[in-house]
Design a protein around this ligand. Structure first.
Ligand code: GTP
Ligand code: MG
Length: 373
């Protein structure tokens, strides 16, 4: 039997895991050893795993251990990611500032150690100055921005260069062209892509599960240095999220997700200001000032919308927790649900009363008659 080897989990499916073995350059179908299943330490795409019972002919092995993760995100459910590239389309579907900012906030919360990179795709469909002004907005805030087109090939070299030697997640709404970008970089992947119904149409959630793809062997056509070409790039294509899947911070935390607000908040005269309605709030004064304000109206609208969502979620949680409290009680230091009256066991006092009422008064009389006899 071959010695234990290390592999990378590239896909998980109902029947097990697909694991890439770099040493041999092969892909294996694997099952997790019973103990791992029992421990409920589920294995994720991106996990580095130790393999045993290797059978290269049948391309099968057993995962015996999962190595420690350097990072883990829950949406998408992936481990050991180095960076996330948020893909948004400039058209088809129409550019949506709020969606772009929601994705940025989501990944800042999911992967706080990495700054998300923004990839504006479908640049072949919009005038160049529109894409450039969007790039300026986000670069000013400290984000790296790529302008791309999977259709025409604009920006592909820059995207490929950024992916070399790293594990990257490509994320973004359905229909923005994530799978198309990967197909452009590596045509042999032949990933399924969706059809846009019309220019306002949203995607059809063509990609349904997160999967890691290796790109480099086919980077030859791109303008990369020879070392970059030999650096393996692993990229996860992911399905688009719906609104409920995107993370939302607590109300007091929302401002920390917007670098332009963080910069100004110290000069706000109110210490606990949420920068929404307070008269004299420095942020509100800034956005109303003129075009040179460091807080752009569109970005502020995203801030206000995310804040509103966050406050609603907070209120919802508060009201449900009160409901939960009223339906539970503490007995012997343990929180247990209160049962409806008809399911509840009678108290000792009630039991006593029932004993008294259950006794038939006539029977009692006859008893006493007997006794008299
Ligand atoms: N004009 C133009 N169309 C593009 C471009 N990139 C992708 N498309 C088209 O946009 C549609 C959606 O592309 P997909 O790659 O399936 O989008 P996706 O982001 O993977 O979508 P989901 O898998 O549903 O999350 C397809 O019809 C593509 O041909 C581009 O750069 N320019
Ligand atoms: Mg896709």
């Amino acid at each position: 039997m071959a010695a234990d080897k290390l592999g990378l989990v590239t896909r998980s499916h109902a029947g097990g895991y697909v694991v890439f073995l770099p040493e041999d350059g092969v892909t294996l179908n694997c099952q997790a050893r019973g103990r791992i299943k029992k421990e409920r330490s589920s294995i994720l795409v991106g996990d580095r795993v130790e393999l045993g019972e290797l059978d290269l002919n049948r391309k099968e092995a057993v995962i015996i251990r999962c190595l420690e993760r350097s990072s883990q995100s829950s949406r998408p459910n992936i481990a050991n990611v180095d960076q996330v590239v948020i893909v948004q389309a400039i058209a088809q579907p129409e550019w949506n500032q709020l969606w772009c900012d929601r994705y940025i906030v989501h990944f800042q919360l999911e992967m706080p150690d990495t700054m998300p990179i923004l990839c504006i795709n479908k640049c072949d469909l919009a005038p160049g100055d529109q894409a450039l002004s969007l790039r300026n907005i986000y670069e000013e805030l400290g984000y790296r921005v790529l302008l791309c087109s999977a259709a025409s090939g604009i920006g592909m070299d820059e995207l490929a260069e950024m992916l070399c030697g790293r594990i990257t997640v490509l994320a973004g709404p359905s229909g923005v062209g994530k799978s198309s970008l990967l197909n452009r970089l590596e045509p042999n992947l032949e990933l399924k892509t969706g059809i846009m119904e019309n220019e306002f149409g949203v995607g059809r959630h063509t990609t349904t599960a997160s999967e890691l793809y290796q790109l480099n062997p086919h980077f030859e056509n791109l303008m990369l240095s020879s070392t970059q070409k030999s650096d393996i790039a692993w990229v996860a294509d992911t399905p688009g999220f719906n609104l409920a899947e995107l993370r939302c911070p607590e109300p007091q935390e929302v401002m920390w997700q917007f670098p332009e607000i963080v910069k100004l908040k110290e000069s706000c005269r109110f210490s606990n200001c949420l920068h929404l309605v307070e008269d004299g709030c420095v942020i509100l004064e800034e956005i109303n000032r003129d075009d040179t304000s460091p807080v752009l109206v569109e970005r502020y609208l995203s801030y206000a919308s995310i804040m509103q969502h966050s406050q609603e979620a907070y209120e919802e949680r508060r009201s449900t927790s009160t409901k939960i409290e009223s339906t539970t009680k503490v007995t012997g230091g343990v929180l247990i649900p209160k049962l409806k009256g008809k399911y509840r066991a009678a108290s000792r006092r009630k039991e006593k009363q029932r004993v008294v009422y259950d006794i038939d008064p006539d029977e009692e009389d006859s008893d006493s008659d007997d006794n008299e006899d």
